[in-house]
Design a protein around this ligand. Structure first.
Ligand SMILES: [Zn+2]
Length: 301
């Protein structure tokens, strides 16, 4: 099966077997400022490259795409300014007419969660929550192995829940006090600077390295972000009672100090019955979205 992962900077593509093996890859830059037609054309070109690497004729393509995606129609319900003109795109009709392929699609974070649940850290579990903590915070919940996408297809905006750690801080969504504003990667860097940190320290990775080296301001910024993310995860667990929580995104690689504070935050918020819930790092990296997108063809028939 063919799979695409459409992000703000690149379109990754793969040929995927049902056992999760990737047999071919291709990618292209996303023409993010050129409008919907240019993005569809670029996606079709990646598909064409993959088809030439494919021994048999694929029936369709599974897509994990940026934006709010209606999985029933593969339409882009809404999108941020990262992809100009992307909202309203009908991937099934537009990409289907160029390629002749059937199209199935979900949001890219949802695809990532499907991949981890079916081929990565969630194998063998049926109630899985994935929390991706990177430039922003998003996620997904799978019930009985199926994505819960919500009435408006918006479910999983886990960065946009209230956090006492983020009181008064402006969030990317325009509200204040959401957990993303203190716990996402760039938010940790901003917090470090607010604490009076060195302005020559330019990114979150450098803050994490300083924290590991014992710098008190960096430690505080990193720890506060992880505590906030953990507390948010605990609150979500109280609502949905997942069997396992998978932590993905760049911050999952931030080191032991971050993970310890994440677990501490979780324990502070999750009720006693849920304190033993497993929190585990994601295993598949960016391939998760490709595997999840391909799996749309194997589990929804
Ligand atoms: Zn928000």
């Amino acid at each position: 099966m063919l799979a695409l992962d459409l992000g703000g900077t690149k379109i990754a593509g793969a040929v995927v077997r049902e056992d999760g093996t990737i047999t071919a890859r291709s990618q292209a830059p996303t023409p993010a400022n050129e409008g919907s037609a240019a993005i569809i054309t670029a996606m079709a070109e990646v598909i064409q490259q993959l088809r030439s690497a494919c021994a048999s004729t694929p029936a369709g393509v599974g897509i994990g795409a940026a934006g709010v995606i209606d999985p029933a129609t593969a339409k882009v319900v809404s999108a941020t300014g990262t992809l100009a003109g992307w909202a309203g795109t009908d991937m099934k009709a537009e990409l289907g007419s160029i390629t002749g392929l059937e199209v199935r699609a979900v949001n890219d974070v949802h695809a990532h969660a499907l991949g981890e649940a079916r081929y990565g850290a969630g194998v063998g579990t049926s109630q899985v929550m994935l929390l991706a903590i990177g430039t922003g915070i998003g996620g997904a919940y799978l019930h009985d192995g199926q994505l819960v996408t919500g009435f408006h297809h918006v479910a999983g905006h886990m960065g946009h829940i209230d956090s006492s750690y983020a009181s008064g801080l402006e969030c990317s969504c325009g509200r204040t006090g959401h957990v993303e504003a203190i716990a996402a990667g760039p938010a940790i860097h901003r917090h470090y600077l607010r604490l009076g940190g060195d302005r020559q320290v330019h990114d979150t990775q450098a803050v994490a390295a300083l924290a590991e080296a014992g710098n008190p301001k960096a430690r505080k910024a990193l720890r506060t972000g992880a505590l906030a993310a953990g507390a948010a995860a605990g609150s979500l667990a109280n609502v949905l009672d997942p069997q396992k929580l998978i932590i993905a995104g760049g911050m999952a690689g931030a080191g032991d100090m971050w993970w310890e504070a994440l677990r501490e935050g979780f324990a502070s918020s999750a009720i006693d019955l849920l304190r033993a819930t497993e929190l585990e790092p994601a295993r598949l990296g960016t391939d998760a979205a490709l595997l999840g997108a391909a799996s749309l063809w194997w589990t929804q028939d």
